[in-house]
Design a binder for this molecule. Structure first.
Ligand code: KIV
Length: 262
């Protein structure tokens, strides 16, 4: 899956499916499932590193996880998140840091923000780095919002988000993540944009959907937003397996003859 192929899916009316992954094992599983793109999300700060938010994720963290994912997959498009403070300071820093993610194996980068980030998006696309935009509830602005809150509920804010989407497309973004916004607004943006919109908490009318892998597998349950649907319950399965292992070691049922060398 290349960036132009990813974009063509919108013309074909085929829904795009994106999930996050942070390591080689899950990257291979995601690819086997036929998912179109893997996002190496800075959500790794929460689900892998155990932090409260994504703000402490560094470029080194993103490069390390992007290498693991990109080295394991064969066909799937890899999109790497630009972490907090890797692109906000200047256009030059944005280009340098995006370039490092591409050198680590990503096929595209994602950054958060609308009109204020237009010069970054233009500069990156000018040097051949495809950019996915991200608007709505952008987790790197959690302190400004005072929590993870749905965005674009009032008319003025909804219009501002539509303007952000239009500006990002005009600047060269190849796709847009729409996060935590009313479904009607996401539908309006999707109809107005000729690039694919990928929703997360943005209703059914986006051109595709993305979820954090550990949420959809039921591995991470510290905090479950309304928009998450667990398709498996791997944390419960893991707990059951570990408890059984402990029990069997304690009562000397494991290892048996079957697991022993003679
Ligand atoms: O970091 C991430 O995983 C994301 C998705 C939730 C869109 O940005």
């Amino acid at each position: 899956m290349t960036v132009p192929e990813f974009q063509r899916q919108k013309e074909k009316g085929k829904k795009l499916v994106v999930v996050t992954a942070y390591d080689a094992l899950f990257a291979r599983i995601v690819e086997q499932a036929g998912i179109e793109a893997i996002l190496v999300g800075d959500s790794l700060g929460v689900v892998v590193q155990g932090k409260q938010d994504t703000l402490s994720v560094t470029m080194e963290d993103m490069i390390y996880h992007t290498r693991l994912v990109a080295g394991a997959r064969e066909q799937t498009l890899v999109i790497a998140d630009m972490p907090f403070m890797s692109y906000q300071i200047s256009v030059e820093e944005a280009v340098r840091n995006a370039g490092r993610l591409i050198q680590a194996g990503a096929g595209a980068v994602k950054l958060e923000g609308g009109i204020p980030m237009i010069d970054r998006v233009q500069a990156l696309t000018r040097v051949g780095i495809p950019v996915m935009g991200h608007i709505g509830m952008t987790p790197q602005s959690v302190n400004q919002y005072g929590g993870y809150k749905v965005q674009g509920r009032d008319e003025n804010h909804a219009e501002a988000l539509l303007a952000d989407a239009r500006a990002l497309e005009a600047a060269g973004a190849f796709s847009l993540v729409l996060e935590a916004m009313p479904a009607d607004l996401a539908k309006t943006i999707t109809q107005a944009a000729s690039i694919p919109t990928i929703g997360i908490g943005a209703g059914p009318d986006c051109d595709g959907q993305v979820l954090v892998l550990y949420d959809l597998l039921g591995l991470f349950d510290d905090f479950t937003p309304k928009f998450v649907k667990p398709y498996a319950h791997l944390k419960a399965d893991a707990l059951q397996a570990l408890r059984r292992f402990k029990e069997e070691v304690e009562c000397q049922k494991f290892p048996s003859d079957l697991e022993s060398y003679h």
